[in-house]
Design a protein around this ligand. Structure first.
Ligand code: AMP
Length: 225
């Protein structure tokens, strides 16, 4: 199974990706997480992308496309995966189509997690993510509280607010998202790959909606493809 998750920040892409990984054993490919890891390790690329991420701006397409291409061309290229946050622009979708074509791979579905902007701002204010770059799991003070306040349930590291999770930056990230997503979705709609899912529901309900959509596409989808 090969999936792309599309949705604004705070729509639950990371949470749903995590569930898809648990349910189907997919590899999650999160470009935001890859950049945060590069920043934490203070690599050349990390230093290059940090100012853009801090301002809530998108990293330029060629940099993101290269990072993803490197992953797919390496010896451990993923065969069954869920993309969390890539492609995010039409240009990235075209580059990704070409990359997959070269690798003899094709997408099964693009899951569009739809949610109003004000709900995103409300949600992100309460978001706290694990500070361990190897883990990165996110919690929410209301929707998904950790068992111990300020501590990751999975690995025990402290939970922190991401630098780009403040309201001003979030509004800018939402602006960037809307500017780019129409063309991206139109591209995938032409390929009949898009399933629209209401991301205002609780995570369990969203996950069920995703499973229903995948089963509609392929009745054997839940048999772990
Ligand atoms: P995310 O964790 O997906 O919310 O991404 C956090 C930040 O990483 C974004 O606000 C961008 O600055 C950058 N980023 C992640 N993925 C992409 C992408 N596909 N294209 C451009 N920038 C990206």
């Amino acid at each position: 199974m090969r999936l792309v998750l599309v949705g604004p920040p705070g729509s639950g892409k990371g949470t749903q990706a995590e569930r898809l990984v648990q349910r189907f054993g997919l590899t999650v490919i999160g470009t935001g997480a890859m950049f945060r890891d590069a920043i934490a390790r203070d690599t050349t690329m990390g230093r290059q992308v940090r100012p853009m991420m801090d301002q809530g701006l998108l990293v330029p397409d060629p940099i993101v496309n290269d990072v993803v291409a490197e992953l797919f061309r390496g010896p451990t290229r993923p065969e069954r995966f869920v993309m969390d946050g890539y492609p995010r622009t039409y240009a990235q979708a075209i580059a990704f189509d070409a990359l997959l074509h070269l690798e003899y791979l094709s997408l099964d579905a693009v899951i569009n997690l739809a949610i109003p902007d004000d709900e995103v701002v409300r949600r992100i204010g309460g978001r706290r993510c694990c500070s361990n770059p190897e883990c990165g799991v996110c919690f929410h003070s209301m929707a998904r509280p950790p068992k111990v306040t300020g501590q990751c349930d999975v690995c025990g590291h402290p939970l922190l607010q991401r630098d780009d999770d403040n309201e001003e930056t979030i509004r800018r990230r939402l602006g960037e998202f809307h500017k780019n997503t129409d063309d991206l979705l139109t591209h995938y709609r032409k390929q009949k790959l898009v399933d629209d899912i209401a991301a205002t529901d609780p995570p369990d309900v969203i996950f069920q909606s995703i499973l229903t959509a995948l089963t509609r596409r392929n009745p054997k989808a839940q048999e772990v493809l």
